[in-house]
Design a protein around this ligand. Structure first.
Ligand code: C2E
Ligand code: CA
Ligand code: CA
Length: 647
């Protein structure tokens, strides 16, 4: 066996030569032995015994030993040095044996008649040719054989004076020269084949290396160096296949809240740095048997390789969200984001990769809806929710019967006087199978399946028809979904509706949520600007429920800031909330935009808000959303707005 991996081209040629010799050298000794036996046999009795018998015995033993030695090499391991040494020895032997045999042949020549002498000439020429053929891969051996046997042969017989031998010598010299030339060009071809083979091998190795690198890159997220979505799902597949050894594990999704504005405000390079830092913080928190991956822009996923109690999972979720709430220091300033987590436990939540990922995702969105920065574990409650959502989806897909859709209105009032300023239209859907479906549920699903546009247009037409009957000082506040804002066609149709009804655009306010604006700041800013140019008013809805970042407010074009009701939940007890609210009110006054506080439920809240300088309010304290017939719209009636608060 030959060790032949690695090394350059020259080394590989040596190994290849050695490999060839392994089969050729025993053959060479056989030719030598057979030819010599024939000559010794014909000269037996004519030439002295030491030349025929003893020399032949010596020769046979020598040939046998060499042949056996080379045969045994086949099972041995040779390094470069040893292979080189054996080749060198072969050349040396070919020189020594060449000299020895030439001398033996010339000595025998003296004893024979013409026939025996011819045999010697034949023996020498055939043996030389045989040896050259056997050693064709070693140019040095070809040359040494030619020099030590071929040339003496030509000189010896060429000068013998016997015309036949002279002719044989000439003939031989021509054939031998040709053979040497063939041997040399064969060697060149032989070495270039070896070189080509080596090149091929190198190419193959490089391709393999590239394949490994590609495989690695294909499974890695280039930015954070975490696993990517592909390798995450591969890992989950593997885990499910080996579930016998891992009876329970946890799949978690982590989504950053408020990451999009980081890109928009601080630039993409800062966004990238935040993502890298997030990956580092996750790695620090999630030590032990845990696989972390980045599966989307600002979405991370993890697999915890063991079971854990719900309280432990919640604790982990808290650790993750707390770690990501710590502000990130950027060159452009501090960046504050938060994160929500959703967990799905195998096998309770599901037993396929898709199921587990969907359920962790579902839990994540529930967490986001609950409160940013919270964690939710997928449970039976969510299973029921999914069922209800799929029923809603089915019903929406079968097209909502327009008679099923109606509008309730909630007054937007002057908190000081109770005077109604405008009315917010809130969709109501009563389905015979599903009963009353909340807009918080069906609007999102209608967005997902693409039927929101029709619903919006239908509701808007209804609302505009109602508006026409209202006193002229009242405006209609109408909610637009993200999909509506992104869809130029819907926006054009909205405009067409008010044109058809000849309602001035100044009496309509479109409410666009903070989340919609942040979804694509550039595009939504353009849209709201255009709508304002057309005369509509724009309200930034649910401010404080999402990113709550004051830093981008100056970038947006709007007339009214609607502060989310979650903001005033703790207003009475919390001095800090009061200071924040005061700052927001001052900011609105500086930007000359009005401000409405939503969700005012008690007189105390109203009084505190008035004391803080907030005038415009909305909430159950003044009126619950109700069908328009139940709302008194008379301007002079002081108590109109309060009329519905008990409804
Ligand atoms: P929103 O635009 O923030 O509407 C205010 C929600 O708060 C309404 O819920 C309203 O009934 C409720 N609300 C008002 N005052 C109070 C209060 O004092 N206390 C409490 N606890 N709640 C109060 P509703 O009608 O269930 O609507 C939920 C959400 O659905 C809306 O939130 C809005 O985002 C969306 N929505 C409703 N109608 C439409 C619509 O026609 N189109 C679109 N795109 N979205 C709509
Ligand atoms: Ca609204
Ligand atoms: Ca709102």
């Amino acid at each position: 066996m030959l060790w032949a991996s690695g090394g350059g081209k020259a080394e590989q040629i040596i190994f290849a030569q050695f490999r060839e010799l392994l089969t050729k050298v025993p053959l060479l000794y056989f030719i030598l032995f057979a030819n010599s036996v024939a000559v010794a046999y014909t000269h037996y009795g004519t030439a002295p015994d030491y030349l025929t018998v003893y020399f032949m015995v010596f020769l046979s033993v020598a040939c046998l030993l060499r042949a056996l030695k080379w045969h045994s090499f086949r099972t041995q391991t040779f390094d470069l040095k040893q292979a080189k040494y054996q080749i060198k020895m072969t050349v040396l032997f070919s020189v020594l044996m060449g000299i020895g045999f030439s001398m033996w042949s010339f000595t025998l020549y003296k004893y024979g008649d013409i026939a025996l002498r011819s045999h010697v000439a034949f023996y020498m020429s055939v043996t030389v040719i045989g040896i050259i053929v056997c050693l064709i891969h070693i140019p040095a051996a070809v040359w040494s054989t030619t020099i030590t046997v071929g040339i003496p042969f030509v000189l010896f017989f060429g000068t013998s004076g016997e015309p036949v031998f002279v002719a044989i010598a000439i003939n031989f010299s021509m054939v031998a020269s040709l053979l040497v030339l063939i041997a040399l060009s064969y060697y060149r071809a032989f070495s270039s084949v070896i070189e080509a083979k080596l090149d091929l091998q190198l190419q193959h190795e490089q391709t393999q290396k590239l394949n490994i690198e590609n495989e690695f890159l294909a499974n890695q997220d280039g930015l954070t160096k975490l696993a990517n979505r592909r390798s995450f799902s591969k890992y989950l597949h593997k885990k499910l296949n080996e579930h016998a050894t891992s009876p329970s594990f946890i799949v978690g999704f982590v989504d950053l809240d408020g990451f999009k504005p980081v890109n928009d405000i601080h630039g993409h390079a800062a966004g990238d740095r935040v993502l890298v830092e997030v990956s580092k913080r996750l790695t620090r928190v999630l030590t032990g048997d845990c696989m972390i991956a980045r599966i989307g822009g600002d979405e991370f996923a993890l697999v915890i390789d063991h079971s854990a109690s719900e309280s432990k999972i919640k604790e982990l979720g808290k650790e993750i969200t707390q770690a990501l709430q710590v502000p990130f220091t950027m060159r452009t300033g501090l960046v504050q984001i938060s994160a929500s987590c959703g967990f799905a436990i195998y096998p309770e939540a599901g037993d396929t990769v898709d199921e587990l990922m969907d359920r962790a995702d579902f839990a994540l969105y529930e967490a986001k809806a609950e409160a940013r920065g919270s964690s939710v574990i997928f449970s039976n409650k969510h299973r029921r929710l999914i069922k209800r959502k799929s029923k809603i989806e089915l019903a929406l897909n079968q097209s909502v019967n327009n008679t099923e859709l109606s509008i309730n209105y909630q007054p937007i009032v002057n908190g000081k006087t109770g005077e109604i300023k405008g009315l917010e239209a809130l969709a109501r859907w009563h389905n015979p199978m599903l009963g009353q479906v909340s807009p918080s549920d069906f609007i999102a699903i209608a967005e997902k399946i693409g039927t929101i546009g029709d619903i919006t247009l239908h509701l808007f037409e209804k609302a505009v028809c109602d508006l026409k009957k209202w006193p002229p000082h009242l405006y209609l506040s109408f909610n637009l979904s993200t999909h509506d804002v992104m869809n130029n066609n819907t926006l054009l149709k909205l405009k067409r509706i008010i044109d058809n009804h000849e309602v001035p655009s100044g009496r309509i306010q479109f409410e666009v949520t903070e989340t919609t604006m942040m979804n694509d700041l550039d595009h939504s800013s353009k849209i709201t600007k255009t709508l304002r140019e057309q005369g509509f008013m724009i309200a930034l809805d649910d401010f404080g429920s999402g990113y709550s970042s004051l830093s981008y407010i100056h970038k947006l074009d709007f007339d009214n800031l609607k502060i989310d009701r979650s903001f005033i939940d703790h207003l009475l007890q919390d001095q800090r909330s009061q200071r924040v609210l005061k700052t927001i009110l001052e900011l609105c006054s500086n930007f000359e935009v009005s401000c409405t506080v939503e969700g005012v439920e008690t007189e105390e809240q109203k009084d505190l808000l008035l004391a803080l300088g907030c005038i415009q309010m909305q909430g159950y304290y003044f009126s619950r959303p109700a069908p328009i017939e139940q709302i008194s719209l008379s301007k002079n009636d002081e108590d109109v707005a309060l009329a519905n608060n008990t409804a």
